[in-house]
Each structure stands twice: as C-alpha cells, then as structure tokens.
Design a protein around this ligand. Sequence first.
Ligand code: SAH
Length: 231
Amino acid sequence: RRYDRQAGRPRPHPVVGVERVRRQRHQLRHGDAGPADPRVLDAMLKVPRHKFVEEALAGKSYQDAPLPIGEKQTISQPYMVAVMSEALMLDGSETVLEVGTGSGYQAAVLALLADRVFSLERIPSLARRARKVLDDNGFSKVNIRLADGTVGWQDMAPFDGIIVTAGAPKVPQEYLDQLSLGGRLIIPVGDRESQVLMRITRVGEAEYKEEKMLGCRFVPLIGNQGWKQEN
Ligand code: SAH
C-alpha cells in the first residue's frame, strides 16, 4: 500500500479510478480465466466491486476471490461472476432473473448486460443493503424482492435468463417452467459443499438441453425447492 505523504498515512484503499481498472483488467484477463465476451468484460470493468463489500474489505475487492458479506454469505469470486454472466449469452434485450441478490454485485453486472433485471433474496438485511448500494451507484433499474427464490418469480416470467448464485440440491421445476423458449438457466447443482455449474437451455416447449460447465462451491440455496435449513 502506498504512503500518502501529505496526509501522513497510508492511502486508504488503492482501488479507485485508474488503479481499480488496472487491477480489475489484470484480475479478469489473467490466463484463460477472463471472459471472452467483450460485453461481459466491459460490464465488469464498469461495476465498482469495492462498493459492494464492507469498507474494511475494499482493499481486497479486486482480488479474484469470494469475500464475506455478512449473514454467513459471500460475494462470488469475480471469475465465477464472469463465467456465469457469459454463460447467459446476453445481448442487452433480455429479461433476467437472479436468485440470491447477496451484495447486489452480480445484479449490477446484469443491469449492464440485459434489459430488465429481477433479483430475489431471502435475507432482509442483505436485500436492504443491496438496494441501497445499487441505488447509490446508478443501478436503480434492478428490481429486488425479499422472497424464497427457489420458486422463481412467476409474476415476472418468462425469463430469457435465470442465474442462481447459491448451490441447489436439484433443479427446481419452477425455473424450467419460467424460462422463455431459448432461455438459459445457469445453476450450481450438487451437495452442500460442492456443486457442478450447469447451463440448461429451453430448446422446446418441454425440451431442455443440459450442459455441465465446471465444478464450483456456493453457499446453499435454502427454501421450499432448495435445502431445508441452515447449519
Ligand atoms: N449474487 C450475490 C452472491 C450471493 S451469495 C452477489 O453478487 O453478491 C448467495 C445468496 O443467495 C445469499 O445472499 C443468500 O441469502 C441467498 N439465498 C439463498 N437461498 C435463497 C433463496 N431461496 N431465495 C433467495 N435468496 C437465497
């Protein structure tokens, strides 16, 4: 951390302006890990991730790692946000549902990639904080609702994309039903400790294509069609 001579102390958080973009570019472009879709890279460079974590963690917010956001939840690793966002294959015209608002970061990225964004969160304090951060940073178009997201959001369906940012024991039927024709569902499915990220595309009225993408570790999706309880 650089020292600020005038202020007589280290610079608070080296994550603003040019420095932030430099770090983020590095974070997103190293090796094969960065998104290939320029729209996704561009969106992620525009969203200030340090605003979506508590101040004490801001200095770590441009490392490629998940970070705690309170209530035993985490903001996903940027690489995972990139992979999932890219897997949705958005061109800007879509209506998208996110399950698991958390910090609001993924929702902000989606706001730059899709037309309409709906996001469901089950923990009141997280939903509240995400609402404020999104409003304060120009992402008011994201619609957040406090609800059990394992049954989707019937009133706003169909969705061209559904992205689930918590690990599910199985694919809830509601998500399949709420996809538009051609719509994509990105969801980690597995046990509580580790999952496989899946992309499920609705290719016909009752026909779905399933692709296994990669292994991952998400916090549990808890609710009616998810895990039964926290522990
Ligand atoms: N997308 C978030 C990361 C979220 S972590 C971000 O960018 O920060 C997973 C979130 O899913 C947690 O906030 C957790 O409370 C939420 N969650 C778990 N089960 C849920 C459910 N049934 N409905 C809605 N949200 C749920």
